[in-house]
Design a protein around this ligand. Structure first.
Ligand code: PRX
Length: 658
């Protein structure tokens, strides 16, 4: 396992021996949605089990075959079936008489700004937006890019796209104009939906200028539909830009939806891979929706009549897609959607929202939990959070201390915590405890959900015995699996399916404990996980070397107390650049933010004279991680020049950090 740090391994293995375990509370167990028999049922007839889950959706035409796996790794699920994802998320609930039920309690960042949206209102708005997209010339199959803040119009736009069969690609609002442009270009998105800006940390931030700048980088975009959220000034091009309030509001609230093939593309979500170019993960309609709806219902033991659910993810990431939009809406859930940051205007904002809306199920990321731990127990203690009954964690390994704090301080020691492992590629949760069925151990994602077959294997692809570590794989196809990488079938095969025949390689290292429960340890490839966001070391290296003063760069992910991992960069400057000038570190950090986005800014940049390389010229990142994590540098015998490490350690001691 190359990327795994020894320290991380050591800590986790110590903690695994602590053997803390929480059994499902009796009240939850008594009425759990899934029961222990689901595991046996799925094991005995996996496809039959998935067919049963597919019954959760409304189909215009039922499928003929559950899975066609005749041309692996290209799967087709629910072959011959026809359905519409937006109809399943909205219309059918209104038709069933739930039109007055709240779909979203939306909470704006500026205090007091809230909006409740019922299913009936959502249906009207989705129809209007669908009609507007059609008026802009969007046809079935065309891609639409969405670059938006956390506002209801973002959900409306996604569903409007789904309704007309135009795959959306949502680009996280924190990505730069360059990153946006490359995504727009890769999937040829001719229409972009954006807003003038959004609110973050108590201030209005801008979005439209990044779209304007992205448009100068290629000539793909024909139309930009702009929501007025903040009222800030925006540059305007009459031939391209259209205000949402001008175009959408005048549309009819009726739109007859068409039913699409089960395998019709639903969306493309870009995520970092091991090379510089982000991968466009393609999800298709039926399998994805089945996976999202089933897991949302089963893993969170959702009772749609009484639960108030809140997932804090940004819609720009896959968690926002599966567990804020498609899963919850397919299940007729009432959700909270919050626009801003947890500390605005005060550090108790999230807990205040939980108290106010009596949230029962809460899903967030370990980074956030660790941040709240730092802020202090007295902040959540001010709020009544007795409504909570289930807590979830996602995005990165949760350290047992954070898990226990979350359970005790936020969950009042009552609530089970489900540590859910999955990926953009898997579309839905793959490994997780079931809160009313299975026990949970702090730090372990435990067992695959019924219907999913996961394992930990060694270098040769053999299943490792309990008590050992290796690579996490999925051994059978699942409905919400990615179908390919947009425009790159070869890379899809090569990245995920080439290592061991017939197995999906997730890119994560994992261990099985003595009970056979799975502990996911982190990436084993050149992908870092910073605050639950996937970043590619190669992509950041490319961004750094695109700066005129940089000759060479190496990036590693170093363990970080709050963000899980942090980006640490080692940079060799071109000789013409001299020492780079007094602001070189800031200059380079800003350059990375401009190329990729602020989330990719290195925590630390060390200007060095050389990089440790093997005789064949490969950078030894392991040694750079040792320095970044303040550890004794490991074995240097394979280095071409073993004195290099002394120079680098000196550089580290004098490097700037901010
Ligand atoms: O390394 C794993 C980590 O996040 C990666 C997937 O990132 P992304 O596609 O951005 O999706 C994040 C939200 C699903 C995985 O390869 N990861 C995700 N959940 C967990 C996790 N690592 C450990 N435990 C988890 N629960």
């Amino acid at each position: 396992m190359t990327q795994q740090s020894d320290a991380q391994n050591q800590t986790l293995s110590n903690l695994m021996h602590e053997e803390r375990r929480f059994d499902p509370p009796a009240d939850l167990a008594a009425q759990a949605n899934l029961t222990a028999t689901a595991y046996d049922e799925a094991a005995a007839d996996r496809l039959g089990f998935w067919a049963k889950q597919a019954e959760r959706l409304s189909w215009a035409t039922r499928w003929d075959e559950v899975l066609d796996w005749s041309n692996p790794p290209f799967a087709q699920w629910f072959v011959g079936g026809k359905l519409n994802a937006a109809y399943n998320c909205v219309d059918r609930h209104v038709e069933a008489g739930a039109g007055d039920k709240v779909a979203f309690h939306w909470v704006g960042e500026p205090e007091g700004e809230t909006r409740d949206i019922t299913y009936a209102q959502l249906k009207d708005e989705v129809c209007q937006a669908a009609n507007a997209l059609v008026e802009l010339g969007v046809k079935t199959g065309d891609r639409v890019a969405i670059y938006m803040p956390m506002i209801p119009e973002t959900v409306v736009t996604m569903l409007a796209c789904a309704r007309i069969g135009a795959p959306h690609t949502v680009v996280f609002g924190g990505f730069s104009a360059d990153a946006l442009a490359s995504r727009i270009e890769d999937c040829d998105a001719q229409v972009v939906v954006t807003a003038d800006g959004g609110y973050r940390r108590g201030a209005a931030s801008a979005l439209k200028p990044a779209v304007d700048e992205a448009r100068t980088k290629n000539s793909v975009v024909r139309k930009v539909l702009v929501v007025r959220r903040t009222g800030q000034e925006v540059a305007w091009d009459d031939s391209v830009d259209v205000w949402w309030h001008d175009l959408v509001a005048k549309q009819s609230t009726e739109h007859a939806c068409e039913f699409f093939d089960a395998e019709h593309p639903l969306y493309v979500m870009y995520t970092s891979g091991t090379t510089g170019k982000p991968k466009g993960i393609l999800h298709t309609t039926a399998g994805y929706l089945v996976g999202a709806a089933y897991t949302h219902w089963g893993v969170f033991d959702l009772k749609p009549e009484t639960d108030v659910y809140w997932c804090t993810a940004d819609i720009g990431w896959v968690t926002g897609h599966s567990y804020m939009v498609y899963g919850p809406l397919a299940n007729q859930t009432t959700s909270v959607m919050y626009e801003g940051t947890p500390d605005s205007p005060h550090q108790g904002r999230w807990w205040e929202i939980i108290e106010q809306y009596k949230v029962t199920i809460f899903y967030t990321a370990p980074t956030a939990i660790r941040t709240f731990m730092k802020w202090g127990d007295e902040i959540p203690a001010k709020y009544d959070m007795s409504s909570l009954r289930i807590l979830g964690s996602v995005g990165e390994p949760i350290n047992p201390e954070a898990y226990v704090w979350y359970r005790e301080t936020i969950g009042g020691s009552r609530t089970p915590v489900v540590d859910t492992w999955w990926q953009t590629e898997t579309g839905a949760i793959m490994i997780s405890p079931l809160p009313g069925v299975t026990s949970a151990k702090p730090g372990s994602a435990m067992t695959p959900v019924p219907g999913v077959v996961a394992d930990v294997v060694d270098d040769d692809g053999n299943s490792v015995p309990d008590g050992s570590g290796g690579y996490l794989v999925l051994k059978e196809p699942w409905p919400s699996m990615l179908r390919t990488l947009w425009g790159d079938d070869e890379r899809f095969k090569e990245t995920y399916w080439s290592r061991w025949p017939g197995m999906y390689f997730a890119g994560d290292g994992a261990k099985k404990d003595e009970d056979g429960d799975i502990w996911v340890l982190g990436r084993v490839d050149d992908v870092m996980n910073v605050s639950g966001h996937r970043l590619s070391t190669t992509e950041i290296e490319s961004a750094l070397v695109s700066h005129p003063k940089v000759a060479e760069a190496a990036v590693v992910g170093a363990t970080d107390e709050t963000t899980g991992q942090a980006v640490v960069a080692y940079v060799i400057l071109r000789s013409a650049a001299g020492d780079g000038g007094p602001d070189i570190v800031k200059e380079l950090r800003d350059h990375v933010a401009k190329e990729i986005g602020a989330i990719a800014k290195p925590r630390q940049i060390m200007i060095v004279a050389e990089l440790p390389k093997t005789r064949s010229g490969k950078i030894m990142r392991r040694l750079l991680r040792d320095v970044a994590e303040n550890r004794t540098v490991g074995d240097v015998t394979t280095l071409a020049d073993s004195t290099v490490m002394d120079l680098i350690k000196e550089g580290a001691a004098t490097s700037t950090e901010d």
